[in-house]
Design a protein around this ligand. Sequence first.
Ligand SMILES: CC(C)(COP(=O)(O)OP(=O)(O)OC[C@H]1O[C@@H](n2cnc3c(N)ncnc32)[C@H](O)[C@@H]1OP(=O)(O)O)[C@@H](O)C(=O)NCCC(=O)NCCS
Length: 205
Amino acid sequence: MATQGKSIQAQASPVALLSRREQISILSRSDIFRLKPEEWSKVSARLMELEEIYPSEIRFSEDYKKEEMTREGSIALLARADGKIIGEAYGSPLSSLRDEELAEDNEELAAFKQMFKRYVQTEPSVFYLMAYDVDPEYRERGTGTALSIALMRGAAQAGFSIFASHSKEPTSANIARRLGGKAIFSYPDWYGTKSTYTLVEARIS
Ligand SMILES: CC(C)(COP(=O)(O)OP(=O)(O)OC[C@H]1O[C@@H](n2cnc3c(N)ncnc32)[C@H](O)[C@@H]1OP(=O)(O)O)[C@@H](O)C(=O)NCCC(=O)NCCS
């Protein structure tokens, strides 16, 4: 399996609430690297296995996931343990999503439209977390938090000032809040999944 990107190093960060020392401690326990777009085909089978974590209503097709993880401006991080990929986190500048999402006149996109409306003043400095997940066998040992911290740092280093996500309650939203995120709106039945998702935003610079 191709793994080959550079590991994410602990660096100074504006990400709040957890102290820098705590962040570095969490990051140092995880092996996180950045996916290079040209290496997609070497990891796609495993990444589509991880996609099964999501309920069918929000599961991405391989083409869609490839586009989201490899498009210009996106940052895609993978976590590795025991010689395999155990988690992923990726996102893009909100401005790169806006046209295509708004182009469809679809009631289901109401949550996205509400988010775009909120950030109309601040774009293009918003980075949007598209997805993140950890293999169930490797959860509750800090990998999800480490992926979030690393992606927030990556977005801050790329010049973004806000990190936004629709985070599932309670687990992923709790992680987002612990990392300095502020809850903005909640959606009780996100895309028919019966789960509550909250738009959480964190200032990263
Ligand atoms: C959300 C998700 C990525 C979190 O992954 P994770 O690796 O379990 O995350 P962490 O270990 O960093 O944190 C999870 C919990 O474990 C706790 N935890 C972290 N390290 C721990 C440790 N060493 N021992 C015990 N608990 C620990 C955290 O405090 C957190 O607790 P909380 O739920 O009370 O907030 C994972 O649950 C997942 O893949 N969910 C399904 C997909 C999904 O919903 N993705 C998010 C969409 S927005």
